[in-house]
Design a protein around this ligand. Structure first.
Ligand SMILES: [Fe+2]
Ligand SMILES: [Fe+2]
Length: 242
């Protein structure tokens, strides 16, 4: 793990071949903590999944620059439209002149076609975008865990599911990659903060993700996780239905 900013503790760690987790721990006013992760896929067409909040842009920029020249980025991808997912999208587009936003069709239609300084590339459900060695498949997951435009990307070569807000873990300090329990802490957190939408279609969408049999779940808040991702996703589905 490389610390790229000594004052905030922002750090970078390779969690799968060519996939880097960028993590910034944050202290909350109530004494608790939280964390924001972005994932950088190094390839012929480098991709950043999630920008981090707009005010965190200098930290994430510094972390990306520790791995590759920022101007090389070609895709700035995200799950849904919230500040931690895409708040600094336009800052990234300015810093990387050949990059375009990458998102689902609903996000493109409803928000990004207007909000972003360059037109997005909009992916259909199941569509694959090759980056070189890696390739990413987009899955629409409307309202799972929240936002109509929500979706996730699976990196197929490493079976890494960029799973956004699923398995959100509270706290600031986390191992970059764990095989330990992330479902328990994330479900405890959900009971305090009801960030799932209560969509009736959870089972179908969880099964669609589980069927890809991910080996790494690249969470946006907390540790990334390694193991039988299909099984853990189905366990989440059970817990959400209970
Ligand atoms: Fe979110
Ligand atoms: Fe998030």
């Amino acid at each position: 793990m490389t610390v790229t900013n000594a004052s905030t503790g922002t750090n970078v760690h390779e969690i799968a071949d060519g996939i880097y987790r960028i993590n910034t721990p944050v202290a909350l006013p109530d004494g608790g903590g939280f964390s924001f992760n972005q994932y950088l896929v190094i390839d012929d067409e480098p991709l950043l999944f999630h920008t981090g909040p707009r005010r965190m842009f200098p930290l994430v920029h510094e972390a990306v620059a520790s791995v590759l020249p920022v101007a090389r980025l070609r895709h700035v991808a995200f799950s849904h439209v919230e500040s931690d997912e895409c708040g600094s999208l336009n800052e990234w587009l300015a810093a990387a002149p050949r990059a375009a936003p990458l998102c689902g069709q609903v996000a493109a239609m409803v928000s990004i076609g207007d909000l972003a300084d360059r037109p997005p590339r909009a992916l259909a459900d199941g569509e694959v975008i090759p980056l070189g060695r890696h390739s990413l498949r987009w899955f629409d997951t409307p309202h799972l865990p929240h936002a109509w435009e929500c979706g996730f990307l699976l990196e197929e070569r490493t079976a890494t599911l960029l799973c956004g807000d699923l398995f959100t873990q509270p706290g600031a300090e986390h191992a970059p990659l764990t095989e330990g329990d992330i479902l328990g802490p994330s479900e405890a957190f959900r009971r305090q903060l009801d960030y799932f939408s209560h969509t009736k279609h959870v089972r179908t969408m969880i099964e669609k993700l589980a069927a890809t049999q991910p080996r790494v779940l690249a969470c946006m808040h907390g540790s990334a996780w390694q193991g039988d991702g299909g099984r853990l996703l189905r366990a989440l589905g059970e817990s959400l239905a209970a």
